[in-house]
Design a protein around this ligand. Sequence first.
Ligand code: NAP
Length: 264
Amino acid sequence: MPPTPSRPHCLASFPGPVTAFIAGASRGIGLAFVRRLAVGGQARRIWAACRDPEAAAALCGLAAEYRAVRILPLEITDESSHAAAAGIVAAEGEPLNLVINCAGLLHRAGGPMPERRLAEVRADWLLEAFAVNGAGPLLLAKHLEPMLPRRDRAVFASLSARVGSIGDNRLGGWYAYRGSKAAQNMFLRTLSIELVRRARGAVCVVLHPGTTDTDLSRPFQGGVPRHKLFGPDRAVDQLLRVIDGLSPRDNGRFIAWNGEPIPW
Ligand SMILES: NC(=O)c1ccc[n+]([C@@H]2O[C@H](COP(=O)([O-])OP(=O)(O)OC[C@H]3O[C@@H](n4cnc5c(N)ncnc54)[C@H](OP(=O)(O)O)[C@@H]3O)[C@@H](O)[C@H]2O)c1
């Protein structure tokens, strides 16, 4: 088991302090990314996007404490919301060299839980999961791509999940989540091929954070051994280490928190 890092990982592979955009920043892993980048001082600007800034108390606290943090509204399923957020980022005129999408959906409080069997599949839930987990990251890329540097290093990463791997699927179930994450994986793999034609220093990856103690995983942590359940700060430090180690050869890969490749 790797030791828990005590200090935020420093992004030494970038030429200087990064300009970062974190989607899904209201809570969970996205909030931890904003906190780790702000505390570590590795970012000159951290755009922290979430769909309801007024409800994101912890994020507002970070923005009050750290001048680098700017909160933006972003509903990831709504293209006009992407356009508005991108317009605000573009107006500042700083290229984005680190984009991390952490918005994702497995279940909703009081709403549907992941399907255990075919009879539990629902059309509305399949489409909602697809809109958030599948289309969301691709729309984000569409609207932020013009702000990526044309030559310098940039990373566009989106949090997927190992259960979105088709090759690794041995248990079945979780149709909406598995299928929508598999869609995300295909979208980002396709994006990775196009992206580097214009942003020559870009590396586009999908990342699996490992089971992390957040609202998303909480109902399913029962069978997870303690040493395999990461706190959000630890998960983020591990992912920042992976991001920092990415080279152009990693473009278009599906990578786990420990740097190991995951089959598609
Ligand atoms: N935690 C794990 O064990 C684990 C394991 C594998 C993969 N992942 C992946 O890692 C990512 C982050 O997960 P997490 O554990 O941090 O989940 P979380 O604590 O449930 O946070 C989910 C985030 O996504 C945002 N979001 C959901 N729907 C959205 C929408 N329509 N528009 C904009 N934002 C939306 C939420 O915003 P609101 O606050 O507004 O709802 C929240 O910020 C997800 O993609 C998840 O699939 C997590």
